[in-house]
Write a protein that binds this ligand. Structure first.
Ligand SMILES: N[C@@H](CCC(=O)N[C@@H](CS)C(=O)NCC(=O)O)C(=O)O
Length: 220
């Protein structure tokens, strides 16, 4: 049985949980999930640091193999555990998907993260509100770029759902929730119709609901 370390409120753990659900892998049967990180702790113990020296979640154990970096874990799961061929394997779809995963981790998340951490993990009297608003506005621009791309395809890598949709959709989910929770601090959020239609497709046609946050985990 695989073992997934990480609290379910982590965006990066959510990526893995969603992917496992898409692959038909069940908690308790195919994998166990251990709450770790934030108030659960466990991620700074010698046992955990031996698995992941960063002390971060998610961390996945599959037999002797130990992996960290959420997007890499998705790639591994799709490669190794996709018995039902849930994800396309043609080279174009795969690499379009790869492209968006790198864009998520290298471009949009570092931008949105400033606003996210600034509002949900920083005490009120220490928040840098101009910096938070700038980060949110920059995220709006990046979301507009994603929206344009989605005008041409149903999913980020073409006309079928792929692992690349997972990290992006979770960023969109947080972008929306952040604005709902802190409208005065983020500034306005544009309505982007192609993103809305894509999110609806994901909600209707995938296991998005296993991880969909209804509200943000705000640390006071
Ligand atoms: N690039 C890493 C980032 C992992 C990361 O930053 N994880 C956060 C949660 S989203 C974490 O472990 N924070 C410490 C904690 O929860 O205590 C990945 O994609 O897996």
């Amino acid at each position: 049985m695989m073992r997934l370390w990480g609290r379910k409120s982590s965006i990066n753990v959510q990526k893995v949980l969603w992917c496992l659900a898409e692959l038909g892998l069940e908690e308790g049967k195919d994998f166990e999930q251990i709450d770790a990180g934030l108030h659960f702790g466990k991620n700074r113990t010698p046992e955990f640091l031996a698995l992941n020296p960063n002390g971060l979640v998610p961390t996945l154990e599959d037999g002797e193999l130990v992996l960290w970096e959420s997007n890499t874990i998705l790639r591994y799961l799709a490669h190794q555990h996709d018995q039902s061929k849930r994800f396309p394997t043609d080279i174009a779809s795969q690499y379009q998907s790869e492209k968006w995963m790198d864009w998520q981790v290298g471009t949009i998340w570092p931008t949105l993260r400033v606003a996210f951490l600034g509002l949900t993990r920083t005490p009120e009297n220490e928040r840098n509100y101009p910096g938070i608003q700038k980060a949110y506005e920059d995220t709006n621009q990046l979301m507009a770029l994603l929206d344009q791309q989605l005008a041409e395809h149903q999913y980020c890598s073409g006309n079928a759902f792929h692992i690349g949709d997972i990290p992006l959709a979770l960023c969109v989910n947080r972008w929306i929730l952040l604005n709902e929770a802190f409208p005065g601090q983020t500034g306005s959020r544009p309505t982007l119709h192609n993103i809305d239609a894509w999110m609806k497709r994901l909600k209707d046609g995938t296991h998005f609901s296993v991880v969909a946050e209804k509200e943000l985990n705000i640390v006071k």
